[in-house]
Design a protein around this ligand. Structure first.
Ligand code: ADP
Ligand code: MG
Length: 384
């Protein structure tokens, strides 16, 4: 993993123009992605995760406009790209995996052929024969059992988990530098989710690509991401290494997400969802949009947006609680335990590594085998 950013998103704001008014979908979003790194974007539904990545791919709806910002990919400003240049980029250097694999699969075309098409499109030296053998290799790489026999299957013949593997094979066929996965496991059952996450991680180490992984579930981030951007109401509210977000969280919204997540790394029994609902993006309230749901809100939260406070070279949080004039608050006991653990390990010189813990009920049960048709059955005999 090198430290040179391959992607830089700077102060990106996107609005949608509707009959009801202007929806401020994302505001002032900035992050970097280094080669070989995984960034997780986490937040509740409607927080702007998909809009952020759709903007990178030139995939926003026609009523969208970019009001501020820059996106540099290998030094080129993506916001100046033409539709043709975006088409070239998509499926090639930057590939996307959506929640529903059928978004990316053609139901009328054999799966092997769909992978071949991408290879033929992006590799000028490939012919039908070499593309077919590479497609087969990719099917094996993503763990399709008896790939030869299933090369000519149609998408409907496969289960959801296997279709998502096919989508990953298609994404890999363009040799992507960046793989964007937008809630790729949400539609799958927990065991299959773990298999797909495990597969993505394995492939990433093999091809040294960067990943942007979108999820509403902070639980899947452990063991997956190097760094995390927590989004609320279209803004990044906390940004840091995965260890910083899990062990030294500073934003009350991040506290809420952590408290509503079952974990194995700390003995936490209280689970609570964050009360209230996100704000109306058509009529954003004055001040911090999280204030009405924030039990730690200060008066100033209703008046003025908090700026980013920097906690380390890599850790930022936008909460007035970090202002030196703010009163000391006592966060939930589970968060205090996390802070305590962070201090303890930091003072011993070794910071905790999140990845080795995994997540209860997910990574533990992961086995990289499954049936093509029914996720629940095994494909030991290779028959469907
Ligand atoms: N084409 C559109 N027209 C109007 N509003 C949109 C459009 N696309 C997305 N939005 C709004 O932008 C906000 C962010 O959406 P999105 O990025 O999809 O959230 P999520 O975090 O769930 O992926 C939501 O309020 C959504 O309703
Ligand atoms: Mg989304």
């Amino acid at each position: 993993m090198s430290e040179k950013p391959i992607l830089q998103v700077q102060n990106l704001s996107v609005e949608f123009h509707t009959y009801a008014g202007t929806i401020k979908a994302i505001r002032d979003v900035s992050f970097d992605l280094n080669q070989g790194e995984t960034l997780a974007i986490v937040g509740e539904s409607g927080s702007g995760k998909s809009v952020t990545t759709h903007t990178l791919m030139g995939l926003n709806a026609s009523n969208a406009s970019i009001s501020t910002g820059h996106i540099f990919y290998k030094g080129k400003d993506l916001l100046k790209f033409s539709e043709e240049e975006f088409e070239e980029l998509r499926g090639g250097e930057v590939a996307m995996i959506f929640q529903d694999p059928m978004t990316s699969l053609d139901p009328t075309m054999k799966i092997g052929k769909q992978i071949m098409e991408v290879i033929l499109l992006h590799d000028d030296d490939a012919d039908d024969k070499s593309a077919a053998s590479r497609a087969l290799e990719l099917m094996k790489q993503v763990g399709i059992p008896q790939a030869e026999e299933h090369f000519d299957d149609y998408p409907h013949e496969w289960s959801g988990g296997m279709r998502q593997r096919a989508v990953i094979a298609i994404a890999l066929a363009g040799n992507p530098d960046i793989l964007i996965a937008d809630e790729p496991t949400t539609a799958l059952d927990v065991t299959i989710q773990a298999q797909i996450l495990h597969l993505m991680k394995k492939i990433q180490t093999e091809i040294d690509s960067s990943i942007i992984f979108i999820t509403h579930d902070l639980g899947v981030v452990a063991g997956m991401a190097d760094k995390v951007a927590v989004m609320y109401a279209g803004q990044i509210v906390e940004y840091g290494s995965t260890e910083e977000i899990f062990y030294n969280p500073q934003h009350p919204y991040t506290w809420g997400l952590l408290n509503s997540m079952p974990t194995t790394d700390l003995a936490t029994t209280e689970l609570a969802s964050i009360p209230g609902t996100p704000p109306d993006l058509l009529n954003l309230p004055k001040g911090d949009p999280f204030a009405p749901r924030n039990q730690y809100a200060l008066d100033i939260d209703y008046e003025e947006q908090p700026p980013f406070f920097q906690l380390s070279a890599t850790h930022f949080a936008a909460t007035w609680l970090l202002d030196k004039r703010a009163p000391k608050v006592t966060p939930p006991a589970s968060i205090l335990k996390r802070w305590h653990r962070w201090k303890q390990l930091a003072s011993q010189g070794g910071l905790p590594k999140i990845s080795k813990y995994g997540v209860a009920g997910q990574n533990k049960t992961a086995k990289d085998t499954a049936s093509l048709r029914t996720d629940a059955k095994s494909a030991e005999k290779g028959d469907l």
